[in-house]
Design a protein around this ligand. Structure first.
Ligand code: ATP
Ligand code: MG
Length: 413
């Protein structure tokens, strides 16, 4: 994409009421725009990153057999009454339709997915299966001060699984746990994301959260020094030792909950009378699990973790573009390189602006934070070379013009 046609700009200012680092930085760098507390527009650069995060999640959900659907954000009151959550889900946004009926904006989708699954599943022959979506959720969060980490409108991937027995749920749960580890590692958060024991509810002793360590986090976790498993603050009261290895060397850290997985048991199948006929024709309970991840929260968390005083440093696989190409004044050689890179399949942000100085372009590149950068100055053109720099490193290197494509193919992709 050519920078000259991008309708957004970087800016030096941020809205006065925006106090979170992630949103301030993303606004300055032109990734998001603030509409209200906890409400943001994703601009072209921001949407690219959000889609990359979502696609990594989608691939791993497909790999564990998840079938993608898209459920409505507008949900009738009756389904929330069936589970007693119309009155008890604090953060539910409620509204009245022109038919005078009441609705909630979906804050989570057990109430929609359970009756949906019920329509297609009557026998053990239909089980197990898992359904997921990547969809906008609404929650009337009281503290919407953490930028993308706590939106009132935000993106969630929610997967729901349906089983004949607790054992079957248990084994699928372990598979999804592994898929989550892969996701965080592909997002560049593997080393700092801890599986965290949290309280479980009626159907299991524990649920598991995935917590990414950063000072911007709202949660406190206790990380085992030996096995890196963590315990949530809420359960540290009862569980003083690491539940995995038993050791008692736990370190307190601030963290953001970037996902969680939960054994629901019959909590939602019961209220909807969702059951199945087993091999002997006997009626049995459906056992459910649910598995959430917040792509927009992850985007904000990555910015909190990977930055320096100049701007964002995106991990490779979620950067808005592979390469930020910068020309000193618009020159033919840069234009040629841009075309070559695009045909070779690279995603390139080409700063072709005439009016901006090299200094401004370099500052913008630092702020926007694409992983790799190429600079084509007149001097480089004369010397038949291109300057290559990684956003995370201080030094740049000169690549022979004739070697450029081969070098990038090996190094960047
Ligand atoms: P928290 O305790 O932080 O409010 P939660 O326990 O309410 O999170 P879930 O309801 O399980 O979270 O939602 C699943 C995932 O959706 C979370 O792990 C998180 O990544 C994301 N998420 C939840 N609430 C928000 C929000 N307000 N803004 C952005 N992402 C969110
Ligand atoms: Mg919450």
């Amino acid at each position: 994409m050519k920078r000259s046609i991008l309708f957004t700009k970087t800016s030096k200012t941020t809205p006065k009421d925006e106090t979170s680092f992630n949103a301030q930085t993303l606004i300055r760098a032109g990734f998001i725009d603030k509409v209200g507390a906890g409400i943001y527009t994703f601009l072209p650069l921001g949407l690219k990153v959000l889609n990359k995060i979502s696609n990594i999640i989608r691939e791993e959900m497909n790999a564990v057999g998840g079938q993608e659907v898209l459920m409505p954000a507008l949900t009738p009151k009756s389904v929330w009454e069936a589970t007693d959550r119309w009155a008890n889900f604090d953060a539910l946004f409620k509204l009245t339709g022109s038919d005078s009926k009441e609705y909630a904006l979906g804050a989570t989708h057990e109430e929609i997915v359970t009756p949906l699954a019920q329509r297609f599943c009557t026998s053990y022959k239909n089980l197990p299966f898992a359904v997921y979506q990547i969809q906008t959720k609404f929650r009337n969060e009281k503290r919407a001060k953490a930028g993308l980490i706590r939106g009132r409108e935000f993106l969630m991937k929610d997967l729901y699984s349906f089983h004949v027995s607790q054992e079957d749920l248990d084994s699928y749960y372990e598979k999804v746990k592994e898929a989550y580890f892969k996701i965080y590692s592909r997002l560049g958060l593997g080393d700092i994301t801890h599986i965290t024991y949290a309280s479980g509810g009626a159907f299991s002793k524990y649920s598991h959260e995935f917590q990414t360590v950063t000072d911007a986090g709202e949660d406190l976790i206790y990380v085992c020094k030996k096995c890196k498993v963590a315990i949530n603050k809420e359960i540290i009261e009862e569980q003083k030792n690491c539940p995995e290895c038993g050791c008692n060397e736990l370190e307190e850290k601030r963290a953001v909950e970037v996902g969680n997985i939960f054994k629901l048991g019959t909590k939602f199948s019961k209220p909807f009378n969702f059951n199945y006929l087993d091999k002997d024709g006997k009626t049995q309970d459906i056992i459910m699990g649910c598995y959430g991840i917040g792509p927009s929260r992850i985007l904000g968390t990555i910015v909190e973790v990977y930055n320096d005083q100049k701007g964002i440093i995106w991990p490779k696989d979620v950067a808005p573009f592979n390469i930020h190409l910068i020309s000193f004044k618009q020159n033919e050689e840069a234009e040629k390189i841009y075309k070559e890179l695009i045909s070779a399949g690279f995603e390139v942000l080409y700063d072709d602006r005439d009016e901006a100085s090299l200094g401004e372009k370099l500052n913008d590149a630092d702020l926007i934070g694409c992983t790799y950068r190429l600079i084509v100055s007149q001097k480089n053109v004369d010397l038949n070379q291109v300057e290559f720099k990684e956003r995370s490193k201080d030094n740049s290197e000169m690549i022979k013009r004739s070697d450029l494509l081969q070098f990038l193919k090996e190094y960047v992709s």
